[in-house]
Design a binder for this molecule. Structure first.
Ligand code: ISL
Ligand code: CA
Length: 561
């Protein structure tokens, strides 16, 4: 295995809008982030992934970029940015920028020109088609809207948008588009950034001829068919070209956000010999509680399935590398979704952290996860800021769901859950802002906050700190092989990491009831390296008793026969 900083490190995801507001306008900003570098150092992370900070009308919270070389007014200036890079680097923290190049804002000058006339030199930068029989060019649905096409008056054609109508898709088949993008990426690299997280990078090519999908239409009459726009062969061609023009020979990281990848389609993206990306975010685990109609159809799942997904991904990228995460800015809070955000909040958050950080790959911590922040008890639609939830609130009822079902789904899966302001202390607005926060603060900030978590030596925060430190001190966490254990067990996650002669056994009760598990009998426990309970571990005749959400990391040895 080749060693690289991005394999050794733990990445902390900062959603800048909600991290820390330095000037009281209610919106987190770069100066606020600069003020909190000490906090990141205290935690010990080696890199941050910064959600988009480029100029944007914020139709999709920065994922609609209207100037690739500018910083959003409310977030800061280029001078602030340079200072941030300088100060992060001084403290040994790398910066991974989020970059959205599948689409732009409709307010980006390219699109303004493109829509102005059919003969404009930027016309072909986007995907324009004539309507068919007074309707859209094809039956594709978008992520956020019924149809993926929007009619544009000035030239009488439709443009394609896989997300909102203010996020037109770029035409990657146009060489000039690609050249502009690589230039822009190099411009940021020259400013000192250490890598990119490339938003929906596997969607940049669309099916030849943009045909109708013959899959079944949703309630809207349009078809959401990822085969039409995800993982098409040309994506690999473009990524190789990007690598050669941007990444080659530089010690930077390229992380792809790749919805709809499978363990089969993923390996080519991250295979070191292919020279495309270094790691990807895959979403199979995030989709585990989603039904066939998508994320809003919430279904139950069992631990078997979760373990099967984990193991398959752990073993499927022989020349590649995994990104490990329980949450991000698009997902519910980890402890609310996979743990227990009530009675066992602390213990289950630590259990989840143990299971994830001990796996092979690069762990990502989503801001607030390290203090066990929970989902938001939203009260009414006026509290919602996220376009996806707002659209679903309107459309959901027409899919046959009741109003209550729609609301419950938003409470559980809405993206604002993760985006509520960071809870720094128990003062007004959790110390996030002196003004009115752009999105309401979770009312539990009085007890769940950074100050309290730092003060309590036994807190989730200190547990994360310990995990991060362990990774620095123990190459087994980075390089060790992975073997799944107790695959049939319905309550316990168990696996082995091994590096040279060193073997670590990870055991975790995933549920809120006491269970027993049969220890793999040929391993002898030599030492306990980490645990989320104060008590000694209970073992009798190779049977281990695990309290709710109890987790352990043991040093083990093969038993002498
Ligand atoms: O957010 C999702 C489910 O709630 C995902 O389907 C998400 O839309 C998908 O993973 C792509 O996400 C990325 O691109 C979007 C943006 O809205 C997300 O915030 C971003 O992470 C469009 O740029
Ligand atoms: Ca601000």
């Amino acid at each position: 295995m080749n060693r690289s900083w991005w394999k050794e490190t733990v990445v902390y995801q900062v959603y800048p809008r909600s991290f820390y507001d330095s000037n009281g306008d209610g919106i987190g900003d770069l100066r606020g982030l600069i003020e909190k570098i000490d906090y990141l150092c205290e935690l010990g992370v080696g890199a941050i992934w910064l959600n988009p900070i480029y100029t944007s009308p914020n139709d999709d919270m920065g994922y609609d970029i209207s100037d690739y070389r500018g910083i959003m007014n409310e977030i800061g200036t280029l001078e602030d940015f340079d200072e941030l890079v300088f100060k992060l680097h001084k403290r040994g923290i790398k910066l991974i920028m989020d970059l959205v190049v599948n689409h732009t804002s409709d307010e980006l000058v390219w699109f303004i020109e493109s829509r102005s006339s059919k003969s404009n030199s930027k016309r072909d930068f986007y995907i324009w088609r004539d309507g068919k029989d007074g309707k859209e060019p094809n039956n594709w649905a978008s992520f956020f809207t019924p149809s993926a096409w929007e009619y544009d008056e000035p030239t009488g054609q439709y443009y394609l948008h896989l997300f909102s109508k203010k996020q037109p898709d770029l035409n990657w088949r146009n060489e000039n588009v690609r050249r502009e993008i690589y230039d822009m990426m190099n411009w940021w690299l020259e400013r000192g950034v250490d890598g990119f997280r490339l938003d929906v990078i596997n969607l940049i090519d669309k099916a030849d001829g943009l045909p109708n999908s013959n899959k079944e239409a949703g309630f809207s009459g349009y078809v959401f068919d990822s085969d039409m726009f995800a993982n098409l062969p040309r994506v690999h061609m473009y990524l190789k070209e990007m690598y050669a023009n941007v990444f080659e020979g530089k010690d930077i990281v390229a992380v792809g956000e790749t919805p709809f990848v499978t363990t089969q389609t993923a390996s080519k993206y991250v295979d070191e010999n292919e020279k495309e990306l270094n790691m990807i975010f895959s979403f199979e685990m995030m989709d585990i509680d989603s039904g066939t109609s998508g994320k809003w159809e919430i279904v139950s799942y069992d631990l078997h399935k979760l373990k099967e997904i984990i193991t398959r991904w752990q073993l499927s990228l022989p020349n590649g590398w995994n990104s490990l995460f329980w949450s991000n800015h698009d997902q519910p809070r980890a402890v609310s979704r996979f743990g227990d955000d009530g009675k066992y909040r602390e213990r289950s958050a630590k259990m989840l952290a143990t299971v994830l950080h001990m796996l092979k790959g690069t762990p990502y911590i989503y801001q607030g996860e390290e203090i066990g922040m929970t989902n938001m008890p939203l009260e009414c639609i006026q509290d919602i800021r996220d376009i996806e939830s707002l659209v679903f609130y309107k459309e959901g009822i027409s899919t046959g769901m009741t109003k209550q079902e729609v609301w419950n789904a938003i409470l559980r899966k809405g993206r604002d859950n993760a985006r509520t302001p960071m809870q720094w202390n128990d003062s007004d607005n959790a110390g996030f802002t002196t003004g009115k926060p752009w999105l309401k603060v979770n009312p539990n900030y009085k007890s769940i906050n950074v100050t309290a978590s730092i003060k309590d030596e036994d807190s989730i925060f200190h547990f994360y700190k310990r995990l991060i430190k362990m990774r620095k001190d123990n190459p087994i966490m980075v390089c060790g092989s992975y073997t799944s254990l107790l695959e049939e067990d319905k309550n316990v996650i168990a696996y082995l990491r091994q590096y040279d002669d060193v073997k670590w056994l990870i055991l975790a009760n995933f549920y809120g009831a006491e269970v027993t598990a049969q220890l793999p009998s040929h391993y002898m426990i030599k030492d306990e390296l980490l645990s989320n309970v104060p008590e000694e571990v209970k073992i009798k005749d190779d049977v281990i008793y695990l309290a709710p959400y109890e987790a352990h990391v043991f040093l083990v040895q093969d038993e002498k026969k």
